[in-house]
Design a protein around this ligand. Structure first.
Ligand SMILES: Cc1ncc(COP(=O)(O)O)c(C=O)c1O
Length: 427
């Protein structure tokens, strides 16, 4: 964990910090602020790295805020959803059910019924049993569901990012014991229209990412030949990286378009016009759009360590760190226009930990390190938290309110709201 107060990232302007401070004045602390212009830019950058005419799905699990989803709709992305809550967010953002790809393990009959009733017709299925469940609900409604079979392939063994498949996994259909028989995948109410791969996530090395995509394309070609059924939709997943809760820039994948297109040409000749390649991304598209702004409520000393107690903790950010998915978080002081010097530099470095307001020693934003101490009342910002922020956190723990979430475009507020966890009687 790093707790130093570094010089601000080059893209952090005093104007942005000024706006963030003003938003806290208006809506209170803590709050997330999402810059929709950055979302649009990320979508354009990723599109430019992918084969021409490839479909780009936005994975709502990264952040289902409807304004971010709307910005991605306007940027030409399609929604990749895994729950009826994500479906509701996609619909609120102006998508139709038919635009959605509905995937994920453990889909229940009730969820499938709701999705099909809302017009969802494309599903990624994790197994033949999942396919049969989709078929049963589609038949009951008198419709046909187009299904992609998610594959747990052997992969290219890229040692980058977090592996999602390639070993024992709840995700996807194993092909290590041979290719599945088409008879097992012929189910009334469904049409097997393609394949879905998602071998890894958060891979900043473009070569590793490319190797995985090429391995998936090869597997897809083998399956197409084995089944004798042409693929219509080939979702090659993603793995596109973004810094999380630390300063830094999104990687560029400028060199990907050409070799990806060449791999499609080589292994699936004649793919243009009959097969639509698709990719998915959550964090790359929204990660760098968001900052969490919070306040130091108290500074206290304990046995040689200075604690900066914040009004925001793992209830608002970093809840996933509890499952070992997240690296260090990092908060930096805001530098609104008009402030001079680097905040905190006047005080000599000390052992400082930044902690949240929850009654658990696990509520740590950054662990003790030699750095300049925070000051009570100071505003801090955690950068690059547009993905896996509020909804990936322990929102209900200790029953504090969720942080406000503000979207801005061109420096102006587009929306301001807050998630509310409530209790309703069941009848
Ligand atoms: C199937 C699938 N699609 C998309 C994503 C989004 O990943 P990321 O936010 O790293 O792009 C994940 C993340 O685990 C996933 O499992």
């Amino acid at each position: 964990m790093r707790t130093d107060h570094p010089s601000p990232a080059p893209d952090r302007t005093a104007e942005q910090d000024g706006l963030a401070a003003e938003l806290v004045g208006r809506y209170g602390s803590p709050l997330y602020v999402y810059d929709l212009d950055r979302v649009t830019r990320a979508a354009a950058d990723l599109r430019a790295a992918l084969p021409e005419h490839a479909r780009l799905y936005y994975s709502l699990k990264a952040n289902p805020h409807p304004e971010l989803v709307r910005a991605l709709r306007l940027a030409g992305c399609s929604p990749e959803i895994c729950s009826t809550g994500e479906l509701a967010a996609a619909l609120e953002a102006g998508f139709a059910g038919a635009d959605c790809l509905y995937g994920g393990p453990g889909k229940t009959a009730g969820e499938l019924r709701e999705a099909l009733a809302a017009g969802v017709r494309t599903f990624s299925v994790e197994s033949p049993a999942d396919l049969r469940r989709v078929g049963a609900e589609a038949r009951a409604l008198g419709v046909t569901a187009r299904c992609l079979l998610r594959i747990n392939g052997t992969g290219a063994g890229a040692g980058v990012g977090l592996r999602m498949t390639g070993g024992p996994s709840q995700f996807g259909h194993d092909i290590t014991d041979g290719l599945p028989d088409i008879a097992e995948l012929t189910v009334d109410g469904t049409e097997l229209c393609g394949l879905h791969f998602f071998p890894l996530t958060n891979a900043s090395d473009p070569q590793g990412l490319l190797a995985e995509a090429v391995a998936s394309i090869r597997t897809a070609a083998a399956l197409e030949a084995h089944w004798g059924v042409p693929l219509q939709l080939l979702d090659l997943g993603g793995g596109f990286a973004c810094p999380y809760a630390a300063p830094g820039e999104r990687p560029r994948y400028d060199g990907l378009r050409e070799p990806l297109t060449a791999a499609l040409n080589e292994h699936l000749p004649g793919w243009r016009g009959r097969l639509e390649p698709a990719f998915e991304s959550g964090r790359y598209l929204v990660g760098d759009s968001g900052r969490l702004i919070c306040t130091v409520t108290e500074v206290k000393e304990s046995r040689g360590t200075t604690y900066g107690v914040l009004d925001s903790g793992i209830n608002h950010l970093g809840g996933l760190s509890g499952v070992g998915r997240l690296p260090s978080l990092r908060a930096e002081p805001l530098r609104p226009a008009g402030t001079t010097g680097s905040p905190g530099t006047a005080a000599p470095p000390r052992r400082v930990a930044l902690v949240g307001p929850l009654c658990t020693p696990a509520d740590v934003i950054s662990r003790a390190a030699e750095t300049t101490p925070p000051r009570a009342g100071e505003l801090l910002a955690v950068p690059n938290v547009g993905a896996y922020g509020a909804t990936a956190s322990l929102l209900g723990f200790l029953s504090r309110p969720a942080p406000a979430e503000i979207t801005v475009r061109d420096g102006r507020v587009v929306s301001a709201d807050r998630l509310v966890l409530g209790r309703r009687p069941l009848h």
